[in-house]
Design a protein around this ligand. Sequence first.
Ligand SMILES: Nc1nc2c(ncn2[C@@H]2O[C@H](COP(=O)(O)OP(=O)(O)O)[C@@H](O)[C@H]2O)c(=O)[nH]1
Ligand SMILES: [Mg+2]
Length: 668
Amino acid sequence: MRSSRCSDILDSQTGAPLTTSFNEQFDQLGTWRREFALRLKLLSEWMKDNELLDAAVEERLRRLGTQVRSDKVMVAFVAEFSRGKSEMINAVFFAGYGRRIMPASAGRTTMCPTEMGYDADVPPCLRLLPIESRLEPQALMEWRMVPEKWTRIDLDVNNPQQLASALEKVAETRKVTQDEARALGFWHSQAPEDNPMVDAQGMVEVPKWRHALINIAHPLLKQGLVILDTPGLNAIGAEPELTVSLIPQAHAVVFILGADTGVTKSDLAIWREHLATETDTAETRLIVLNKIDTLWDDLSTAAQIEAQIERQKASTAEILGVPQDRVIAVSAQKGLVAKVTNDEKLLQRSCLPLLEDALGRGMMGKRQRILGNAMAVGITDLRAETARVINIRKRDLTEQMMELKGLQGKNAVVIKHMRSRISQEQAEFDLGGAKIHAVRSVHLKLLREVFGILGSTTLKKEMSQLSGRLLEKGLKLGVKRAYGETFDRLRTNLKKVQTLCGEIQAMLGGTFRQLNGEYGFSLQAPSEPQMAQYVTDLDMVERSHIQYLGIGNAFKLAQPDFADRLVRALSTRLRSVHEMALADVELWSKSAAAQLDAQLRERRRNFSRRIEAIDRIQQAAGGLEDRIQDIDQQEAALSHVELKLTELTDYLIAVNQPISTPVDIEFA
Ligand SMILES: Nc1nc2c(ncn2[C@@H]2O[C@H](COP(=O)(O)OP(=O)(O)O)[C@@H](O)[C@H]2O)c(=O)[nH]1
Ligand SMILES: [Mg+2]
């Protein structure tokens, strides 16, 4: 990360800003993704035209396309109330609307976690999940699947005033009794200092909504950005799913402190309970010291103010235990004002561009690299497989050519004899089908075992066992063990899956080699799915739970619905890990089957072509020379296809291409 002194933002020679705004970076990523998706589509069409697109290849291309098009980048803003999360979101993303979009003024703070994104299938709207949904067992993820249970308010995107006033709903609250507050997860007798204030009537104020989803066609959101705005500690603590699922999955988390308040006890609690993690995710955490304008003071010199900001940054870094250059000092409010009034000087003074640069360069750059690598791996495999199919075609043509040349100058009897030999070969080949059938059934049997291990029944059993353990009295200290046992079993399951896949792979390898030898195929088993990444995912999920429960939240387990909610959230998360693993296994086995099908098909076609050629030769004088010429042409065409394949895939494999190259692909 660059030094975050405000004065560094301008180029000393030209005075031009050196930073790139988050919006620009995100736009570039979006352009790259769109172009990539377009080129994938062109490749897929070209393959189809050349009969190179079997079902598995088609599915792989489609998946890569979906991945590159719908890749989401989530930036979460997490902090105690009133540190300026909503103001920062307004300043970084929504200044173009010329006014505040997220409510951010004293007394109007966000009360529920609010996610902003874009879904083309839904009209622009705000959807609100009532807080009472907490009384029901479903996890937040499950509520997302039932949009009709949410209160929907349509948004008029061309009317910033309507937009802003509709969004004020996220600040709504309700008064409830202490018992109700307890049932909703906002009241804990064991931690009285964290409870909300009780009014003269004995009522407490709680958020009216549990979660808000904002769907607007903002250019950044349309390109896959998802912004998560969270309320303060009390509300985050009441929704474990935020801490154990949503926040850990964010690609960047911006943690905000106030220069006016310094690091308070509750700031520290949020940091420790929800954000501090091991080093591997540390770089996705941005620490922002907001409201530096409160230190601006006409009686001090610029140097004095700067020195004070530096001192605050140093002490913040020390308290949080991070290097000082990880702390960025800004004024969100002045940044917003500066953008809305086009005041470049104020914008630089607000230091907001520094934050945007860190977000843009750090997060977006990394995202593109990860995505680009995934694409490169996928396309490299695909190209190798397709090249094999082309090679078979070439070899078939060569053989046919030799066969025909051998007939030059031969009489009708020889030609007739040749025809019957080919027919016999064809019949023998068809008989070999039984063996292939046997291989398939073993393959399927092993696959069924994999599906059993990763299926929902296994997971349900594990989860109910874990729930039971968490509800045991006096478990507090044994939480780690209970999780550890469950997760060890889940990890063992993934390892079993890996072993099974290894067996299938070995079997495929053996059979393919045999078929290659016997029939001159060039089958090669696709690379085996790797479970290691899913084991890593499990580790991460386990860590986030243990950390959450380890620090001061374990007492909440005494409430049965809390444990239920937690396990529900865990279960939806784990299900998605299992589903991803299964999808990998499925695609892999589909690829193997499709390869075999493709080569069988090519071979059958080859037989009929050869017979057809001989028939024509028998019918017409000069037919032989015509056929030979014909094959010559086919060979030339195939060489062209081979070149084209390389050309069309080269771009997709080269990661991190300069983004500006226009698409100019001509078709063969
Ligand atoms: N002076 C100053 N006030 C700010 C700044 N950012 C936010 N605020 C104010 O702090 C209060 C809380 O801001 P808000 O964005 O609602 O905080 P949130 O609860 O973290 O979302 C509001 O009154 C904002 O106007 C800033 O950079 N400087
Ligand atoms: Mg807010």
